[in-house]
Every structure is written in C-alpha cells, then in structure tokens.
Design a protein around this ligand. Structure first.
Ligand SMILES: Cc1cc2nc3c(=O)[nH]c(=O)nc-3n(C[C@H](O)[C@H](O)[C@H](O)COP(=O)(O)OP(=O)(O)OC[C@H]3O[C@@H](n4cnc5c(N)ncnc54)[C@H](O)[C@@H]3O)c2cc1C
Length: 279
C-alpha cells in the first residue's frame, strides 16, 4: 500500500479593506509565521470586487515567506476578465488557485459568462493547461442551493472531472457529515484530497447568522451550550476552542488529508488550536 500523503495545513484570509485592517493583518501574519502553514489563501469578492486587493494581499504574504494562493470567483465575470486575472496571477509566478463560482450580490441578475465553478475550472485548464494547481469548494452538508444531495455530489464531480486537483470544504461541526461525504465521493470515483475547512468560533451570534446563509449546521448541543453562556465571552471562547480542537483532532486521527483554517484575519484562536493539536 502506498504511504499516506503528509497532511496539508493551510490558512485562509480576506483582503483587508481599511488602512487599520492592513496593519492588523500584518501583526496577525507575524503570529502565523511561527506556524509555517503550507499555504495562505486569500478570498476574491464575487464580480471581481476585491480583485486588486486579493492579488496585493497574496503578494504581501509571499514577500513575508508564505506561499500565497489567490481565490478566483467567476460569477458576474466575462471570459476576457477571468483570462486577464489568470494572466496576471501567472505573470507573478502564482501556481495555485482556489476556483469558485461565488455569489451574486442580492438584486443583481447578470451572471456573466460562467454559471458554475465547473465551467471556471474547465476554462482555467483551457487557458493555462497544467500551470495551476486548482482547489475547489466542497460541501459535506450540501450547498444551500442544491436541489438534492445527489445533484450536489454530481456538481462536485463535474468540477473534479473538469480538472480540479483537490478540494477544501465548507466548515462543519459534525464530523460524520464530512466522512459520509468523503465515502460518497469515493463511491462516485472521486479520488482527490478533500481537506476539511475549519472555522474557529469567536462570536456565536455572528457564526449562527452566517451558518444559516451558507448551509453549515451548528449541532443543537453546541448551540444550546453557547446560548447558555449569554454574554460570558471567556466561556464562549473556551468552549469554542474545545469543540474545534476536538473536531480537528478526530478528523486527523481518522485520516483527513489536512486542515484549512478560516482565520477571519485573526491569529489568536487559530494559533491556539494549531498549538493544542501539535501541528
Ligand atoms: C473553501 C471555500 C472558499 C471560498 N472562497 C470564496 C471566495 O473567495 N469568494 C467568494 O465569492 N466565495 C467564496 N466561497 C463561497 C462560494 O463562492 C459559495 O459557496 C457559492 O455559493 C458556491 O460556489 P462554488 O464554487 O461551490 O459553486 P458551484 O460548484 O458552481 O456550485 C454552486 C451551486 O450550483 C449547483 N450546480 C453546480 N453545477 C450545476 C449544474 N451543472 N447544474 C445545476 N446545478 C449545478 C451546485 O449543486 C451548488 O448548489 C468559498 C467557499 C468555500 C467552501
């Protein structure tokens, strides 16, 4: 049997929007440098709204010795505008992207030249061959717009068949959902690494609001415990750290191919979990 690949531990950021946020991200980056992540990815606003910020942030990470990986979302974009972004990434020597559909801002109707991320993956391969390692999104609890679990699995397979190399999941707190999804992927002939996306918990109220919109479920027992803490910030933080560390530990013990942390540009929770896991 071939030896299992070494797990990949990575971090995700968004482009800072104010000069103060730029300074805060720089400080966080100093903390993250100690962790030596495999790569740091930077989100891309749908419709290209953060296009320059994404690249600038990736390049700043690179200047500090990290591997910077830009996301690229296609909704609202044209073939020409996406080709331009790819050419720019390539000209900076970038070789890894996270390819996404993105979400249209409410009210807008013009989807542009791409309807789904699978079309973006196919386009990247057509334009740039094997230049990029392409990551795509996966949804263990299924994407909120999917008509059925099977439809969503089929959609995920289309992205892999179009040329994606690996996937990062939406965050989840129920490890069974992840393993069921991985089993279903294997049964469907999908063999790429599916790396769990991990969301540390800083504010339960914000997390609950966000989770409803993006199709991630917070199990009832976790919700109830958080609700019981009210405004007790220290208990929320301590319980959130325990829940997420335990989740990560269990995933790694069972053989997950790595972990991708949604840092929200903050160092404290992710570094604490990382250190507790001994990564
Ligand atoms: C790891 C990760 C990183 C992310 N980074 C960003 C980012 O940087 N910028 C950003 O804007 N958003 C980002 N998102 C959010 C993402 O853009 C949204 O979740 C979006 O709603 C779906 O994007 P997707 O790439 O998964 O789309 P797709 O894979 O295209 O799927 C979208 C929906 O369409 C359905 N579908 C797909 N193909 C078909 C088909 N042929 N026929 C019918 N239905 C189909 C799917 O089942 C699903 O319901 C990220 C999400 C994750 C998990």
């Amino acid at each position: 049997m071939p030896a299992a690949a070494k797990p990949v531990f990575s971090l995700e950021f968004f482009p800072p929007r104010t000069p103060e946020a730029v300074v805060r991200l720089r400080a966080a980056r100093n903390e993250f440098a100690k962790l030596k992540p495999a790569f740091c990815s930077v989100t891309f606003g749908a419709g290209g709204s953060t296009r320059e910020g994404t690249l600038a942030t990736v390049l700043e990470f690179r200047d500090e010795g990290f591997e910077g990986v830009p996301h690229l979302s296609c909704i609202g974009g044209s073939c020409a505008s996406i080709a331009e972004v790819l050419a720019k990434y390539k000209s900076h020597g970038i070789r890894h992207v996270v390819a996404l559909r993105g979400d249209l801002p409410s009210g807008s109707v013009d989807t542009g030249d791409f309807r789904y991320a699978s079309e973006l993956v196919a386009f990247i391969r057509k334009e740039t061959g094997d230049h990029f390692h392409i990551d795509v999104a996966a949804y263990p609890e299924y994407h909120p717009q999917a008509r059925s679990a099977q439809d969503d699995l089929d959609a995920f397979k289309r992205k892999i068949d179009a040329g994606a190399d690996s996937a990062i999941t939406q965050y989840f707190y129920n490890a069974d959902a992840y393993w069921h999804f991985v089993d279903a992927c294997h049964a469907a002939g999908i063999g790429v690494p599916i790396v769990p996306g991990i969301m540390p918990i800083s504010s339960f109220v914000k997390l609950a609001r966000f989770s409803d919109a993006c199709g991630a479920e917070i199990p009832r027992w976790i919700r109830k415990r958080f609700e019981g803490y009210g405004d007790d910030v220290a208990s929320i933080r301590a319980f959130g750290l325990d829940v997420v560390t335990e989740l990560c530990d269990g995933l790694l013990v069972r053989g997950a191919p790595g972990l991708h942390f949604y840092t929200l540009n903050q160092a404290s929770l992710t570094t604490t979990i990382w250190q507790r896991l001994g990564l």
